[in-house]
Design a protein around this ligand. Structure first.
Ligand code: P6P
Length: 340
């Protein structure tokens, strides 16, 4: 048998989704293609990342004598170039750029805002561990012309799309436009993302908890009591879980989304606002997890309701299976969030 023809490419799926909404203009669909194209280019580069030194040593990589870019800088340029000329975007923002990225004057400005972490967990590249790209899409709030900071500093509940690409044992793109969460696996033989995980739902109670336990002594009491619950120390409150922590947010998040679990990057005495960024890490993942039936909090507030003050603002994060996230919020309430 040659192989099934009953595959759904991401392009086909996005079009089918768009046809459900008569008011859809197709611009958001095209923007999602732009991101999927960028993802394919980044996937190709991450696949070869381990070879750069070998190939470089043979002099067969930089024939133009180009300086080998760090992969996260390369991924950042790929996404900016995939998005900035399309006329669909009025401003961009990236974990790699201190300030929002204006659309070059030679290109028209569009109605969307796109923010991204181009290669989250890039320190894992050297050990061939998984890395990921996270993106978040809003409609602009300014009326015309080039986008401004007001377009960027929007609360997560205003997102129109969000997703991630996981460069792991296979490359997966997972996104939502508010109509459920859908996963696509890249078939490298044809260069297409094929629908592999339609309508992902995350279990109410998770199998795993993911946190960097080396920070335990620096957490507040509420966090300590929550993680001790996940250890199984308070079975009358919550059943213990298995620990899984890759050190790459996208990879930990994805495993927990599929199997059920909770990821935490809490505040601690060294990082009073935690480590992860609100706009292009926590908010997009919070939109996804809620669409899949999960929850996301900073311990007190729902992530999607937090009004950002600055572009690279950090927030504490507990995200994943709803019952587990609610347990964290209860522990914060009962034992306090003040630093110990
Ligand atoms: P730590 C990667 O550097 C990252 O931003 C996330 O992808 C990951 O979840 C977190 O930091 C890991 O941080 O302090 O546990 O090494």
């Amino acid at each position: 048998m040659i192989g099934t023809t009953a595959v759904t490419t991401i392009e086909r799926f996005i079009i089918d989704q768009e046809h459900k909404y008569p008011e859809a203009t197709g611009e958001l669909s095209n923007l999602l293609y732009d991101i999927a194209l960028g993802a394919k280019l980044i996937a190709a580069a991450t696949r070869r990342a381990g070879l750069v030194n070998v190939l470089g040593a043979m002099g067969t990589v930089n024939v133009q004598g180009e300086e080998q870019q760090k992969l996260d800088v390369f991924a950042n340029e790929i996404l900016k170039n995939a998005l900035n000329h399309t006329g669909r975007v009025c401003i961009l923002a990236s974990e790699e750029d201190d300030a929002p990225i204006p659309i070059p004057p030679e290109y028209p400005a569009g109605k969307y805002v796109v923010m991204f972490d181009p290669l989250d967990g890039s320190s894992n590249i050297d050990s061939n561990a998984s890395v990921g790209t996270i993106f978040s899409v809003y409609r602009r709030v300014s009326m015309e012309g080039r986008g401004v900071m007001e377009d960027v500093l929007q609360p997560g509940h205003r997102q129109v799309a969000a997703g991630y690409i996981l460069y792991g044992s296979s490359t997966m793109m997972v996104y939502t436009t508010g109509q459920g969460v859908h996963g696509f696996t890249l078939d490298p033989t044809i260069g297409e993302f094929l629908l592999s995980h339609p309508d992902i739902r995350t279990p109410e109670v998770g199998k795993y908890y993911s946190v960097n336990e080396s920070n335990y002594a620096r957490w507040n009491r509420g966090t300590q009591m929550a993680v001790r619950g996940f250890h199984g120390d308070t079975p009358e409150r919550i059943k213990g879980k298995n620990s899984r922590y890759i050190g790459a947010f996208v990879a930990d998040f994805h495993r927990n989304l599929i199997n059920g679990g909770i990821f935490l990057y809490p505040a601690d005495t060294r990082n009073p606002s935690g480590k992860l960024r609100l706009l292009y890490e926590c908010s997009p993942m919070a939109f996804l997890v809620e669409q899949a039936g999960g929850a996301a909090t900073d311990g007190v507030r729902r992530i999607l309701e937090i009004q950002p003050d600055t572009l690279h603002q950090r927030v504490p994060l507990a995200i994943g299976s709803k019952a587990d996230v609610e347990f964290v919020a209860r522990m914060m309430e009962e034992h306090g969030t003040a630093a110990v």
